[in-house]
Design a protein around this ligand. Structure first.
Ligand SMILES: Nc1ncnc2c1ncn2[C@@H]1O[C@H](COP(=O)(O)OP(=O)(O)OP(=O)(O)O)[C@@H](O)[C@H]1O
Length: 326
């Protein structure tokens, strides 16, 4: 438990060229500090072309910094690699011509209409026939009926859809989406993700950072970063399977008090109340079952084996990573 997580729990990219696989992103050993603050540590990552790759991690873990290094907006202190086959250290400008980057901040003009914003972006990027391109984007993103509305008056979900429209106007090969659905309601998020899947089906690679577990599950592969270190990557199923977590669900009266009691037990590493039950887990199966056995005389409690969720796995990873840094 106290051992530092010293390796990525996933397929850490192997050095050297990968035969037969076309990677949109292929970087090795990226590190970045701001003053004394080491924000990204020895990060390696490969994203296949046409994939949707989820990038997860707590606030301040280095996701945005990594995204900015991938498109040459920030220079890493160490490491190298390619984005769309171009060198991230020397070809940032060329990379950005083929990348759509959606930042966390809405950066379109609030006092221009949907159509005006899209036509303006199309002209800036030299898209042939800007008016037609904007009209196409309006239809393909389902913005028709709203084209005359001011961008600043759109709801959060529609704003994000417009921002995505602006990103894809120049026909990028890679989309870097930094928490594109933060604060957006579930229906709008679902529609946004349908658009992302449509784009990927058309060959666009998407790297998307998110805090939402349901969105992680919609990605072809995910990576989890904490304290600047990549702790896990692979498909959701692979990441969960590698966690080696054993989980139980216990139902009974006063789950909050029960959760507090469970947290004190040796052998129990994860405790999370969910409605009327509590999710309980640990990596050492025997120690966990011994801890549970101590509750066997409590007839009001019903125990059932359970499977770890992606959230359980991430909480376990960050707990162990934090222990290692202490
Ligand atoms: N230009 C900068 N100068 C100094 N510190 C910075 C700069 N950019 C980021 N940081 C710091 O680097 C750390 C990582 O920030 P980053 O934005 O990469 O994290 P993040 O994982 O994207 O977080 P969030 O999920 O909150 O968006 C934070 O401590 C942040 O304050």
């Amino acid at each position: 438990m106290s051992a530092r997580l010293e390796r990525v729990e996933g397929r850490a990219p192997e050095p050297g060229p990968a035969r037969g696989v076309d990677y949109a992103i292929d970087v090795q050993g990226l590190s970045k500090s701001f003053g004394a603050n080491r924000v990204v540590r020895d990060l390696s990552m490969r994203v296949k072309r046409g994939q949707i790759y989820g990038f997860l991690g707590p606030n301040g873990s280095g996701k945005t910094t990594t995204i900015r290094m991938l498109c040459g907006l920030l220079t890493p202190d160490q490491g190298q690699g390619t984005c769309l086959g171009m060198d991230i250290l020397t070809q940032g400008r060329a990379i950005r011509r083929h990348v759509g980057y959606m930042t966390q901040k809405f950066s379109l003009y609030a006092d221009l209409s949907v159509r005006e914003n899209l036509e303006f972006i199309a002209r800036i990027y030299g898209v042939p026939d800007a008016e037609a391109a904007a009209a196409d984007a309006i239809v393909s993103l389902g913005l028709d009926g709203r084209e005359l509305q001011l961008a600043g008056e759109l709801s959060g979900g529609w704003k994000q859809r417009l921002a995505l429209g602006a990103c894809i106007l120049p026909s990028p090969q890679l989309l870097l989406l930094d928490e594109p659905t933060a604060g957006v309601d579930p229906k709008a998020r679902r529609e946004f993700w349908t658009q992302i899947h449509d784009l990927a089906a058309g060959g666009v690679t998407v790297l998307v950072s998110t805090h939402y577990m349901d969105e992680a599950e919609r990605c072809h592969e995910i990576a989890y970063i904490a304290y600047g270190e990549l702790l896990a990557q692979g498909t959701v199923e692979e990441v969960v399977a590698r966690s080696a977590l054993h989980m139980w669900r216990v139902t009974g009266p006063d789950p909050a008090a029960l959760a507090r009691e469970l947290m004190q037990q040796p052998g129990i590493e994860l405790v999370a109340p969910f409605g009327t039950s509590v999710h309980v887990g640990g990596r050492d199966r025997a120690a966990l079952e011994l801890a549970i056995a101590r509750f066997s005389t409590r007839e009001e409690l019903v125990w059932r084996p359970d499977s770890p969720s992606l959230e359980d796995v991430f909480i376990d990873l960050i707990n162990r990573s934090r222990d290692g840094l202490r």
